[in-house]
Design a protein. Sequence first.
Length: 146
Amino acid sequence: MGDQKILIQNKKAWHEYFIEDRYEAGMVLTGTEVKSLRNCRANLGDSYAKIKNGEIWLCQAHISPYKEGNIFNHDPLRNRKLLLHKQQIAKLFSKTEEKGYSLIPTKIYLSNGRIKIEIALAKGKKLYDKRDSLTAKQAKKDIRNI
């Protein structure tokens, strides 16, 4: 995939969801959004992707306004179009129609000078699944420390 520099990660996604498939997508951005992302000024905590009219959109992703942006600054919570192939969008649409599946952004990164986003097809964890994950993680940590 070439040279990658991770700008923003959604660590909450790995705790809240079972990640099944991951896809790399491009994003349609304005100039001030690119500058803010290059400064790592964004939050993917409550964000998700949805498919509408055959297009995929990133919703509730907060990209902070660029400090030197003046009147040309963007709306921090605007919906952003993601760029994927039609076949990938069709596959994701059929999967998200199934009960329990969501499209969750996991990270934003630079790949060969272009800003890309990784979205994951994910299924939500129940509370007991989260507890099981935490106990397994703690057990691995204890084994390493011995």
